[in-house]
Design a binder for this molecule. Structure first.
Ligand SMILES: O=C(O)[C@H](CCc1ccccc1)CC1(C(=O)N[C@@H](Cc2c[nH]c3ccccc23)C(=O)O)CCCC1
Ligand SMILES: [Zn+2]
Length: 309
């Protein structure tokens, strides 16, 4: 029970020391946090693909498995963000248990939410470090669970690109030191690059305007590609800028996050497309800040700038 919760400490993927909640269970410490909702648990797949694998334990509560330390600590950080900023208790709003598994498969260069839990590969050491080492990656994956429980955006074509964009947006809001995705764990040999950029999607070949959307069938109809269009809109809404000649006055990360969370939980539906996203964001800004607010004006400008009507 709560009384057995103890603070552990350890080093993450990048060698940084951090603290996180663990539990003393049968004489050993386990990566189980009973202080948040129904719990946060972190497992290892031991380089196989059977899930969830084995609950991680340690004899002295000082942890040296970086992938496990970060998966556990960053899940707690993400839980706290949704609770403190959006008053949401875990991904289902009802304290659902959050489960992660690290060391999935061998040299696995990816991570995913499988509908029940988060799963992280260790990477091959040159393209990726263990992917739970990115707070934005952990937040991205857990946000897929939030989306599933709320708007339920179908993971293909435009609704799928919005699903992806929502995860990138909250990844950037929680890991709020830049507008890149995955920069901490992508290509350790190259500084400053990432998987995607919300600030400039075209930096990694993704569209930053609706007229440049991908219409093929790869990647479930370009869900990780066309996310760039809505990602750019969110970036412009937060930071402002002039894009294809359209000027947007920034409203800041905090109000931007409030608008997207409100849209996700009140207006977006499984088949929402980009035009529906524009309307949902305008309505959300209206609900939150008023019809003639600067926030509403900036939402309209941001979607004008990326060519979404
Ligand atoms: O959650 C997601 O959207 C991605 C889930 C990918 C996946 C889906 C289904 C089964 C297995 C894996 C995972 C992430 C992602 O964006 N993956 C991209 C880019 C990528 C990562 N590793 C790759 C290896 C090869 C090609 C592309 C990639 C993708 O899978 O497209 C999100 C943050 C970082 C990793
Ligand atoms: Zn995703």
């Amino acid at each position: 029970n709560m009384l057995d919760h103890v603070t552990g400490s350890g080093t993450g993927v990048l060698g940084d020391t951090k603290q996180f909640e663990t539990t003393l269970q049968s004489g050993k410490y386990v990566l189980s946090d009973k202080t948040r909702g129904k719990g946060i648990e972190t497992y290892s797949a031991n380089n196989r693909t059977t899930l969830p694998g084995t609950l991680l334990s340690d004899s002295d509560n000082y942890w040296t498995d970086g992938a496990a330390v970060d998966a556990h600590a960053y899940a707690q950080r993400t839980y706290d963000y949704y609770r403190d900023v959006h008053n949401r208790n875990s991904y289902d709003g009802n304290g659902a248990l959050i489960r992660s598994t690290v060391h999935y498969s061998t040299r696995y260069n990816n991570a995913f939410w499988n509908g029940y839990q988060m799963v992280y590969g260790d990477g091959d050491g040159s393209t990726f470090l263990p992917l739970s080492g990115g707070l934005d990656v952990v937040a991205h994956e857990l946000t897929h669970a939030v989306t599933e429980k709320t708007a339920g955006l179908i993971y293909q074509n435009e609704s799928g690109a919005l699903n992806e964009s929502i995860s990138d947006i909250f990844g950037a809001m929680i890991d709020d030191d830049d507008w890149l995705m995955g920069e901490d764990i992508y290509t350790p040999g190259t500084n400053g690059d990432g998987l995607r950029s919300l600030e400039d999607p075209s930096e990694y070949g993704d569209p930053d305007h609706y007229s440049k959307r991908y219409t093929g069938s790869q990647d479930n109809g370009g869900v990780h590609i066309n996310s760039g269009i809505n990602n750019k809109a969110a970036y412009l809404l937060a930071e402002g800028g002039t894009h294809y000649g359209v000027n947007v006055n920034g409203i800041g990360r905090e109000d931007t996050a409030k608008i997207y969370y409100h849209a996700l939980t009140h207006y977006l539906t499984p088949y929402s497309n980009f035009s529906a996203m524009r309307r949902a964001a305008i309505q959300s800004a209206t609900d939150l800040f008023g019809a003639s607010s600067k926030q509403v004006k900036s939402v309209q400008a941001a979607y004008d700038a990326v060519g979404v009507k």
